[in-house]
Write a new protein. Structure first.
Length: 723
């Protein structure tokens, strides 16, 4: 399908604006305190209008299964691949429809419609992610509907919705404890349109010497400002103190010591984040609404570590004498499968980062009639600003927490201005939704160690076109979207201030599907998709990987299904068996051309046309069966299957003997999760018992920096009480 920008703009800015039939009358009184919020999916009626696949993970779904991490929650959505890292979900790796999940760089993350990443334009890597317990529900939107958000608009957008503040006084307490020293305590108090939540969470991760504790404090208030106006105010504080390593295991370490082995007990990750936002809504008559977000955050993270990968020579001044020989360096001892002692290494490097971002985004919605046809016009602009301060220090002791500023002293700034317009026009059962987004980004980078600096500007027009057609209880949808994903500042400007020959990613993304509610308690959505990249930027050095920055042509094609059935609602009985399904099939995730290094134009090691892209399993499946009784009892069993996948562009099948653990296929695996819930209806107290990885499956989830294992068997019990 081809459409010029000019013709698309003509449709967008058609006389529907001038013909908007909105009366300048005050809204009904009950709408005055309706909570201002930006939703990407919204209610079931709003979801029906979307020209793309959409799914909502409800509060009931998240609570009844007692998800421990965001990873666990998002696996319940079709099309989403989430790769574990440390086992606690602190830094999720999220990919959609085959896109590489490393550090979630290829997905747009929002919280109440506001950018969640600390630098979505300049450094979209998710070294910070709120705990899943903060959220009431999760929206996942794919296809053309994501074009009005940005800046990432390829795979999809994930919007986390926080709970609405209550009007009447209420309070709640939830406590859970379990294996691997797990503890989770949450308290809530609210009333008069305000809510305060606090959570303390701690536990051991999937490996030895990996433990974490965090505090999460959130305030949310909704305030009426007069007829037709309301304000939502939010404030959050996040603190994390973790003993988390970066390096994975070598093949020999994994074989000799097991998946949970980790000698690096001197590594430390400390993070603080403060966030503030306001969302104001004013009704400009019964058919016109202006919603404005004003937001900002400050994020600081210090990560001290003695090894970033299994090939890191940072500690190679240490040598070991062994029975098989002498003079092995620290790195070689690891490769040969001998135990090492990081206390012997008089060095600890620190990557110290501070990020600040703020912005403002007004959005106007007009419900209109055009020649007797209904529709909605959405338009908005955004001004967004980012600053990164990055220090690289080398400490002279194994447990150093300060050192010489000798590796990096960078300041990076981004100014991003964007605008969008989307016009949904309805003619009977058919609705057509063209949209156009403009992104203009200014990049600046200064190397304060040398004084070198550079600037770049990137501007893109991003069109999309979607359509829906209602057939009874079924909605057919189709869309085409020109994908946009801006490069990071470090990718576009080198450390000497020079410009890198790199443009934004370029892709055309298509989907065709249907959603239906054929019976009470039964929902279904299926979609086929194709993402055709004329230029895709390889993940490169993100998250410690060693692949040079590269670009090439790629192709992703597949299908996905999300279905849910609550049979008790269908038969109107108190006994409710239920089942859910989220399945993704990705037969095609191909390198259409070799991925060429940006620095010298040669292919990345192992990359050839026809190879499959790494970390793109062909099948993903999450299925739940359960039983719920209106007397308060519920039981459920969940199966999570992840198909076989490659870890490198060369599609290495078998990891080399004595290798560094960074290459070799990842075998498919299935893990089982179970949950039992009982709520005492008279008191409102609930008790629960859950098990994660019920069978104790030992499996590999990542090889980016060496072998990382999935979570071991976890058993947790607890209670919650509201009054």
């Amino acid at each position: 399908m081809k459409m010029s920008v000019a013709s698309l703009a003509f449709v967008l800015l058609s006389p529907s604006m001038a013909l908007a039939q909105a009366e300048d009358t005050a809204p009904p009184a009950e709408t005055a305190t309706r909570m201002p919020v930006i939703e990407v999916v919204g209610t079931p009626d709003e979801q029906k209008k979307l020209p793309g696949s959409a799914q909502v993970l409800s509060a009931e779904t998240l609570e009844s299964s007692h998800v421990m991490t965001t990873n666990e929650a998002l696996r319940k959505a079709a099309g989403v691949n989430v790769r574990d890292e440390e086992g606690l979900g602190l830094r999720p790796n999220i990919g959609i429809r085959g896109l590489n999940p490393t550090r979630s760089t290829k997905v747009l993350l929002l919280e109440d419609g506001i950018p969640l990443a600390y630098a979505p334009y300049g450094d979209n890597a998710s070294y910070y992610h709120p705990p899943v317990e903060r959220f009431d529900r999760i929206e996942i939107l794919k296809g053309a509907g994501q074009n009005i958000y940005g800046p990432q608009s390829v795979g999809g957008v994930i919007n986390y919705i926080t709970p609405a503040p209550p009007q009447a006084f209420c309070a709640g307490l939830s406590l859970a404890s379990g294996s691997r020293d797990y503890f989770n305590g949450r308290g809530t108090i609210g009333g008069a349109g305000m809510r305060l939540d606090y959570m303390r969470k701690q536990g051991d991760a999937a490996r030895d010497n990996n433990d974490s504790d965090l505090d999460d404090l959130n305030f949310k208030g909704v305030f009426a400002l007069g007829a037709g106006q309301a304000l939502t105010a939010r404030a959050s504080h996040y603190r994390e103190d973790s003993n988390l390593s970066y390096s994975g295991l070598t093949e020999a370490e994994y074989r000799n010591f097991g998946s949970q082995y980790n000698p690096f007990d001197n590594d430390a990750f400390e993070a603080h984040r403060e966030g503030l936002s306001l969302t104001h809504r004013i009704d400009l008559g019964t058919e016109r609404t202006l919603t404005t977000n004003l937001y900002g955050s400050a994020f600081k993270r210090h990560w001290w570590r003695q090894s970033s990968t299994t090939t890191d020579g940072q500690c190679d001044s240490v040598t070991y004498d062994t029975s098989a020989g002498s003079g092995r360096t620290f790195q070689q001892a690891r490769l040969d499968g001998f135990a090492v002692n990081p206390d012997d290494c008089a060095a600890n490097i620190g990557n110290l980062r501070q990020y600040y971002h703020y912005g403002v985004e007004p959005r106007l919605r007009i419900r209109h009639g055009l020649f007797g046809a209904g529709g909605e016009l959405d338009a908005g602009v955004r001004a967004h600003f980012e600053q990164q301060d990055r220090l690289g220090k080398t400490g002279a002791a194994f447990d150093a927490r300060d050192g010489a500023l000798d590796r990096e002293d960078n300041e990076r700034r981004n100014q991003a201005y964007s605008a969008f317009v989307q016009n949904r026009v309805v003619a009977g059962d058919l609705a057509v939704t063209p949209a156009l987004r403009l992104e203009h980004v200014r990049y600046e980078r200064t190397n304060r160690l040398t004084g070198a600096s550079g600037q770049e500007v990137l501007a893109e027009l991003v069109p999309s076109l979607g359509a829906t057609y209602d057939v009874g209880a079924t909605t057919l949808f189709a869309s085409v979207l020109r994908g946009f994903a801006p490069p990071a500042t470090a990718d576009l400007i080198n450390n000497s201030g020079g410009s890198v020959n790199l443009d934004a990613e370029e892709s055309w993304n298509y989907e065709l599907g249907l959603r239906a509610g054929p019976a009470t308690g039964v929902t279904f959505e299926g979609a086929a998709f194709l993402n055709d990249f004329k230029r895709q930027i390889a993940v490169g050095s993100i998250a410690g990987g060693s692949t040079p920055l590269a670009t090439g042509e790629t192709l992703y094609a597949g299908a996905e299904i999300a279905a849910q059935a609550e049979f008790g609602r269908f038969f109107a009985i108190g006994h409710t068996p239920f089942a859910t399904l989220a399945w993704t099939w990705l037969p095609t995730a191909d390198q259409e051309t070799a991925l060429l290094r940006v620095d010298n134009g040669t292919p990345v090691t192992g990359s050839v046309a026809g190879n499959r892209l790494p970390y793109a399993p062909e099948h993903l499946l999450t299925s739940t069966v359960g039983y719920r009784h209106n007397g308060g009892f519920e039981a459920q069993l969940e199966a999570v299957y992840v198909g076989r996948q490659y870890s490198d562009f060369a599609n290495t099948e078998v990891a080399p003997t004595g290798g560094n653990g960074q290459t070799g296929a990842l075998a498919s695996h299935t893990i089982w999760n179970a949950a039992l819930n009982y709520r005492f209806l008279r008191s409102g107290m609930g008790v629960f018992l859950v098990a994660k990885n019920l069978g104790g499956k030992d499996y590999i989830v990542d090889r980016t920096r060496g072998i990382l294992p999935g979570i071991p068997r976890l058993v947790q019990a607890g209670f919650d009480f509201e009054f």
